[in-house]
Design a protein around this ligand. Structure first.
Ligand code: MRU
Length: 340
């Protein structure tokens, strides 16, 4: 079985991942030979985006299963990889599916089949999300988005960016504002790269321009992705999402979140119990890219706070675009039906 997408290659017992830390200037691939490699690739955001980390972690465990005959060792390696990032629940959902297979009938063939199923399912879920979401988009809509939620964040065409892509292919004449997404610039580096490839017209803005753009220009909708959705509809997404939702409320702009059902945490009643990843201070004190290292705050003596995600309360959300349709504030309360 072989797989090739925008961001991953799985063939001949090799897993290659597009290194997202050096995009858009370099397109280089890193190999995840072991779960330890995969752990570091996820931790350092060479691979990122909630659905994609679930899919790639599963494929890396599939390669491990080829070498490891003991289901106990397999499960402990799976549990280790499950810890690589704490907020995106797709990682845990994917790994728990492999652990369930290992418990039932452990073999490389069974683990690989499940990992491929997780991959294929994500491709299909993205397609469904894009179809449902694109129905919300009107001719000439201007859409603001945050972070990166496309083919670099999923196995398929993406979630929020998938909706944008679909509306563009339907020739709806849309325009996009791309939030640069401080501190790691997933919007500025990755979403612009994807939109260039898709030939979708856009303007890149700094995160702190969003309010001004909403006030002075036409913005019809904000569409974002999610890393974990609680049963009441609260959701975690890249830091800055909550601020956008608040701005939307003030400006009367529709605010949508797009995600597959694999982003719902059925054990999480509200956003208050979503674990928020705290990242290293150096990410706030400078940047590193093709231009080298640029530092604007001292490494020592400057204290900082670097949450990678925030939680947007359901009351600020106009609609939840899932693979089985669009939910509103009333029927999101029946979110459990999504599995049904
Ligand atoms: O830290 P990242 O880049 O992994 O954060 C990604 C996001 O917040 C995305 O919006 C989310 O994972 C949805 S991706 C379809």
């Amino acid at each position: 079985m072989s797989i090739e997408t925008l961001s991953l290659k799985y063939k001949n017992s090799k897993l290659l991942l597009l290194d997202q830390t050096v995009l858009p200037f370099e397109e280089s691939w890193v190999e995840a030979k072991t779960p330890e490699d995969m752990y570091n690739i996820i931790k350092t955001l060479k691979v990122r985006g909630a659905p994609l980390i679930g899919v790639t972690a599963a494929l890396s465990l599939s390669l491990y299963a080829k070498e490891e005959a003991s289901s106990e060792l397999f499960k402990s390696k799976a549990m280790y990889l499950r810890e690589s990032r704490p907020t995106a629940v797709n990682l845990m959902v994917a790994i728990d599916r492999l652990i369930a297979v290992a418990d039932k009938d452990y073999s490389f063939e069974n683990i690989e089949a499940e990992a491929i199923k997780i991959f294929q399912e994500d491709v299909n879920l993205c397609e469904q999300i894009s179809i449902h979401g694109a129905k919300l988009i009107n001719e000439g809509d201007v859409i603001l988005t945050h972070c990166n939620t496309g083919g670099l964040a999923t196995a398929g065409m993406g979630t929020a960016l998938g909706v944008i892509h679909k509306a563009h292919t339907q020739k709806k004449n849309i325009h996009v504002y791309v939030d640069e997404t401080r501190p790691l610039l997933q919007g500025g580096r990755l979403t612009t790269w994807e939109l260039d490839k898709l030939k979708v017209p856009y303007n890149l803005i700094c995160d702190n321009m969003a309010g001004f753009v909403m006030k002075t220009k036409k913005v019809d909708k904000v569409i974002v992705g999610a890393d974990r959705i609680a049963l009441n509809g609260d959701f975690a997404n890249k830091i800055g999402t909550y601020s956008l939702a608040v701005l939307c409320q003030y400006h009367g702009i529709d605010f949508y979140v797009a995600a597959p059902y694999t982003t719902i945490d059925f054990d999480c009643e509200t956003g208050d119990s979503i674990p928020i990843e705290q990242r290293q201070p150096f990410e706030l004190k400078g940047v590193r890219g093709h231009y080298g290292q640029v530092q604007w705050a001292k490494k020592e003596g400057v204290s900082s706070c670097n949450p990678a995600f925030d939680v947007t309360p359901a009351e600020l959300v106009t609609g939840w675009i899932f693979d089985n349709g669009v939910y509103n504030k009333d029927n999101i309360k029946n979110i459990k039906d999504i599995l049904g």
